[in-house]
Design a binder for this molecule. Structure first.
Ligand SMILES: [Zn+2]
Length: 360
């Protein structure tokens, strides 16, 4: 990099913010002095710098607003080049779709389309996954596809044994155990990797790279299975209910995290995301509920027990009104109440009497 660019960088670094115009000028200068940069298209480079600037601005804002460190948007994590997976973001002026088959932007790619684009894309992200496969993901405007109203509401509680326990027995989601089935194979790959781990400073052997690739493949397979299960479940939930109250789950990184717990957390995360996306697609009311005390409150009278129930205790007995119900079902019902939805629209309560006209 030339001295001139260094000087310009220092000027920019002195300030906390740096406008997009200034960043573009810096990039133009850098491209003039560095042949390697000139070889690539400028649009994705520009986008990388702008994304970095946005994340920096967010970090500075969070520090000023005294956001707790754990919640702060931070600096991007620095990665070694060989560990980083490439991503290129092209805005509208950086690519062209020709004959519906080619993605042009300095490089011409032949794309295998997974589906028709519903509208002209405003941007595209080209990226490589851990298996070395390349993907292009387009940003398009979509229209919501509303489902007919059902007059029913659902409460959802996440858990380890059952991924989702709901107020409707038909919509409970048992733990699919995709991770458990792959764990044995994964263990073998990881032992192979451990045996062939490269000495510091030396290139990894072919055996090591093969083992790593196999492990990555297994991870990918489990992630896809999880997503498939999650989407199918989300679709049925969204089709049968107008409103869904969901525990706003955040993974619990406990000190004693086991493989089973991690797998459950991953499954819950994927399922929650699928539900939110499916709800948006079909114009349903998805409400996130803060998870605090959901296991301690009584769904029918609202009283709170003094102590959290031990995990081994599977039934909830209310000391105030005497209601006895399965622990997770009670929590699912609490979600409904907390979200301000009428529990009468839920199956379990409705079973007592015809409060709401039932769906056919
Ligand atoms: Zn009660």
């Amino acid at each position: 990099m030339s001295r001139k660019v260094h000087a310009a960088n220092r000027d920019a670094a002195d300030k906390t913010t740096c406008g997009p115009g200034q960043l573009d000028r810096l990039l133009t200068e850098a491209r003039q002095s560095m042949a390697g940069l000139r070889e690539g298209a400028s649009v994705p480079q520009q986008q990388t710098i702008r994304d970095f600037a946005t994340s920096r601005a967010k970090a500075v804002k969070d520090i000023r607003a005294r956001v707790p460190v754990r919640r702060r948007a931070g600096m991007p994590r620095m990665k070694r080049k060989r560990d980083a997976l490439p991503t290129l973001n092209y805005t509208q002026r950086g690519f062209r779709l020709k004959d519906g088959r080619h993605l042009a932007g300095g490089v011409v790619l032949t794309v295998v389309w997974s589906r028709e684009l519903p509208s002209l894309p405003s941007s595209v992200r080209v990226y490589r996954d851990s298996l070395g496969h390349w993907y292009a993901s387009f940003v398009v405007v979509t229209e919501t596809q509303p489902f007919p109203a059902t007059g029913r509401a659902l409460g959802v509680d996440w858990g380890v044994k059952e991924t989702a326990t709901t107020t409707s027995d038909a919509h409970d989601l048992p733990h699919p155990e995709h991770g458990k089935n792959a764990a044995r194979k994964l263990g073998r790959c990881q032992r192979m990797m451990a045996r062939r781990r490269p000495v510091h400073g030396q290139a990894a052997s072919k055996g090591y790279r093969n083992a790593r690739r196999q492990a990555a493949k297994l991870h990918k397979k489990v992630a896809r299975q999880r997503q498939d299960t999650a989407r199918k479940w989300a679709k049925s939930v969204v089709r049968d209910h107008d409103a869904v109250a969901v525990e706003d789950f955040r993974p619990k990184f406990l000190a004693k995290t086991t493989m089973a717990r991690k797998a459950a957390d991953a499954a819950i995360g994927a399922t929650k995301t699928a539900l939110i996306e499916m709800g948006r697609k079909h114009a349903r009311d998805i409400r996130l509920v803060h998870p605090a005390h959901t296991t301690m409150d009584c769904a029918s009278c609202g009283a709170r027990t003094k102590h959290a129930l031990p995990l081994s205790e599977r039934t909830y007995t209310c000391t105030a009104c005497g209601v006895v119900s399965p622990r997770d079902k009670n929590s699912a019902c609490v979600m409904l109440v907390r979200a301000g939805l009428n529990p009468a629209g839920a199956d379990r309560v409705r079973a007592g009497g015809p409060l709401v006209p039932g769906p056919t």
